[in-house]
Design a protein around this ligand. Structure first.
Ligand SMILES: [Zn+2]
Ligand SMILES: [Zn+2]
Length: 343
């Protein structure tokens, strides 16, 4: 029984190009009690590997969180397989707006202690006592109500390129940080205001809404399926779109364009731009926004220092990295002194 990838990302990329088949980029999550995550993981791997599913999936005692890509012609088989798992039956699959053949190049299913790195102690509150789920139409109504406070539950580099009109976008690096900041800011309004929240695909709100109810907020709402599902409904039902800019996503595509607005700026020259890149210096890899001109001028790097290193022969770069830990900029996404136009 083969339980791990046999192909490298490069080999897979070549195969996908050769096959040229349509693939669907899908995400879903579910909180559920899973007794033996290791066994469940292997069960998924064997089945999905056969269906040529690719993606990044986390399995834990608390549930599953999956971002994946499925060959279009295998979609029905995939759906039938999911429906056979009792806690996944009829689960809503978020299907990406823009499809990319190469959104994922490997099937990675990892057993983790949690499906969402939330930094919370689960024993303190009940995750099943969550906020009221609302669809796009109800969400639009709620956010035009003056009695509503709208909060973006994502991190700074996500809301920077796109968010809902009028949303509070906390300047945070982690989900845990945003929970405290929002609670402190809104503590006067626990009873009287509607607390409406959203995130990319809904999973962060699942936890956050339960957390705020536990903290005494009375009217808590969450956008069901997040920005991904909102956009699908807006397009299908032709309702007004209140999201401006791009939706940051967690695969090779990096973002989906939701409206034509460009609300961010190049972190190097300040001109309007909302394209995230990673610094080409492998020892840096900083995530930041860079326009095409700056990319050319800087050789795809975040700073002159990185540009110098990137210009060295590969073996010399490797020698420089030896013995050093990976730069923690990889985790400090989009924050660095060298970026003049990052606010
Ligand atoms: Zn620029
Ligand atoms: Zn760099």
């Amino acid at each position: 029984m083969q339980l791990y990838n046999k192909l490298s990302a490069k080999e897979r990329e070549a195969l996908l190009e050769e096959a040229g088949e349509d693939r669907l980029t899908i995400s879903f999550y579910q909180y559920a009690k899973i007794g033996n995550p290791e066994l469940f993981r292997n069960h998924l791997f064997v089945a999905w590997d056969q269906m040529e599913v690719l993606g990044r999936i986390y399995v834990a005692h608390e549930g599953i969180n999956a971002q994946l890509s499925v060959p279009a012609k295998k979609f029905n088989t995939f759906k039938a397989f999911i429906d056979d798992i009792y806690f996944l039956k009829d689960i809503r699959l978020n299907i990406a707006i823009e499809q990319d053949l190469k959104s994922f190049l490997k099937l990675k299913i990892k057993v983790r202690s949690k499906i969402l790195a939330d930094g919370l102690n689960d024993e303190t509150f009940d995750v099943t006592k969550k906020g009221e789920h609302v669809d796009a139409e109800k969400f639009n109504q709620l956010i035009s109500d003056p009695n509503t406070i709208l909060v973006d539950m994502r991190n700074h580099y996500e809301s920077e390129i796109g968010h809902f009109q009028g949303a509070i976008t906390p300047d945070v690096d982690t989900f845990r940080d945003s929970l405290d900041i929002i609670e402190e800011d809104l503590k006067e309004h626990k009873e009287d205001k509607n607390l409406v929240m959203y995130c990319t695909g809904g999973i962060r709100c699942e936890k956050a809404s339960a957390y705020y109810k536990h903290k005494g907020f009375k009217k808590v709402f969450q956008l069901e399926g997040g920005i991904i599902e909102y956009t699908r409904q807006v397009r299908e039902k032709e309702i007004e779109n209140k999201f401006i800019g791009k939706n940051f996503v967690f695969d090779h595509r990096r973002a989906e364009k939701i409206s034509e607005d460009v609300i961010a700026q190049c972190h190097q020259c300040g001109k309007p731009c909302d394209t995230h890149v990673n610094c080409a210096n492998e020892a840096c890899h900083l995530l930041f926004i860079q326009c095409e001109e700056c990319a050319e001028k800087m050789d795809d790097c975040c700073s002159d220092h990185c540009k110098e290193i990137h210009a060295l022969p590969y073996e010399e770069q490797k020698a420089l990295r030896r013995g050093k830990h990976n730069s923690n900029k990889i985790f400090k996404k989009g924050r660095s002194e060298v970026l003049k136009f990052k606010h």
